[in-house]
Design a protein around this ligand. Structure first.
Ligand code: AMP
Ligand code: MG
Length: 418
């Protein structure tokens, strides 16, 4: 398990910017060193544990990029057509029987190895047959055209995959192209998830008239799984200090991270702070971010705890900026900064200076074809519909005070957040 010191999340300032939060997390959280070996297909979404140097060049041999006719560079016509007698045929997976003879051409197919001494391929669409059955090629083709030299993609020995890479299907493809069967990956990060609040009922249980079904726990567990975590669903803790403390204490030793939602504001019924302080240490990060409220950062027996706000949208946005970098740091993942894509605002918006805001928005194509962001009509941090009916978040930096239609703004797609 991760062992962190009690004061590792201490922070001096009254307000913390998102960049400061991410910086603090990435420098203070220690990566888990445990490695496991998985089949290449099961490595999708996992964090690679060791660098991989290409054990062979890609492509492994020089081959034709097209269906066509292979010739020697010395025979390439410069200014007039030239007719070549046909001699030999090489299919993908086959081998040339003999080196190509001077002044001759061989039929060759995409992916077939080049015959010895041939360096250039004419596309079949560019040649014609003469009456004698010879292949007539046009002048002016560049030497080496339509050929893929061995190692042009990746030379042998090149470090093609880095430790800390979160593997996508294209990385899985590269490992397979190297002939690898199994990969060493970081073991899954174990996260304990609790909701807190007397007003919550779990789906499937009876709901009292004053209760609502717990949705955050399911959202957070789903987000964690997308980040490759192994999640323990620990249900709902009541708004009571001792019950909270007992629940949290029980899971600290067996998890890499504890995640809670709700109960971190400063009302009398927000008990997470007192509960954590009774069994570990806790700081409230007042982050300069909207939606969002204080986020609790704590340590219980060396295990980090993150307490997210209860309002679903605040919980979602703070997850992205606090939980995501923490999970990536625990997994030893290379930094994956979120890079908003410029789109055109199709809305007006006023904001306070000095904090970052996230505006739930849908994308559409404007009349001139440019992508436009349309703001969700309402702003409440409790509106789940605002997350369901939009495509992502417009990120408005600290210095921005208003947005006018037509202005360029940065868009983060929900699909890119996890
Ligand atoms: P809190 O942060 O505990 O003050 O909660 C803020 C708001 O979020 C309240 O309206 C809660 O009912 C709501 N809330 C808290 N936890 C959850 C949850 N797990 N699922 C859905 N709504 C929640
Ligand atoms: Mg609450």
């Amino acid at each position: 398990m991760a062992q962190l010191s009690d004061d590792c999340f201490a922070f001096g300032g009254p307000m913390m910017s998102v960049d400061e939060a991410v910086g603090l997390i990435t420098t203070r959280v220690n990566a888990i060193a445990d490695i496991e070996t998985v089949a290449v297909i099961d490595a999708d979404g996992r964090v690679l544990a060791r660098d991989i140097a290409a054990p062979l060049p890609l492509p492994p041999f020089t081959n034709s990029a097209v269906d066509g006719y292979a010739v020697r560079n010395a025979d390439l016509p410069e200014s007039a057509e030239r007719a070549f007698p046909l001699d030999g045929r090489i299919q993908a997976g086959g081998l040339a029987q003999a080196p190509i003879k001077a002044g001759h051409t061989a039929r060759i197919f995409t992916g077939a190895p080049m015959p010895p001494d041939a360096e250039t391929v004419f596309m079949q669409e560019d040649v014609r047959l003469d009456e004698a059955g010879r292949i007539v090629v046009p002048p002016g083709l560049k030497p080496g055209a339509n050929v893929r030299p061995a190692g042009e993609d990746i030379p042998q020995g090149h470090v093609a995959l880095r430790a800390g890479q979160r593997l996508l299907p294209q990385h899985v493809a590269l490992a397979a192209a190297f002939g690898l069967v199994r990969l060493d990956v970081v073991r899954r990060i174990r996260v304990a998830v609790f909701s807190t609040g007397d007003e919550l009922a779990s789906p499937g249980e009876p709901r009292a008239a004053s209760q609502l079904f717990d949705s955050n726990r399911f959202m957070l567990m789903a987000m964690l799984r997308r980040l490759g975590c192994e999640v323990s669903d620990l249900g709902i803790l009541r708004d009571e200090r001792n019950a909270l403390a007992d629940g949290l204490k029980q899971v600290a030793g067996s998890h890499d991270l504890i995640l809670t939602t709700g109960g971190v504001s400063t009302g009398e019924e927000d008990h997470v702070k007192a509960a954590v302080e009774s069994i570990g240490s806790l700081v409230l990060w007042r982050m300069a971010i909207k939606p969002g409220r204080p986020v609790a950062m704590g340590i219980i027996g060396g295990t980090p705890l993150i307490g997210l706000p209860g309002n679903p949208v605040a919980s979602f946005v703070t997850f992205v900026h606090v939980v995501r970098p923490t999970v990536l740091a625990l997994a030893g993942s290379l930094p994956e900064p979120l890079l908003p894509i410029p789109v055109r605002a199709a809305f007006t918006y006023k904001k306070k200076i000095g904090r970052r805001e996230y505006v739930r928005s849908s994308l559409r194509r404007g009349e001139d074809g440019t992508l436009e962001a349309v703001k969700f009509p309402r702003e409440g941090a409790g509106l789940l519909s605002s997350l369901v009916e939009t495509d992502g978040l417009i990120e408005l930096g600290d210095d921005i005070t208003r947005v006018e239609p037509g202005q360029s703004v940065g868009f983060l797609s929900y699909a890119d957040l996890l």
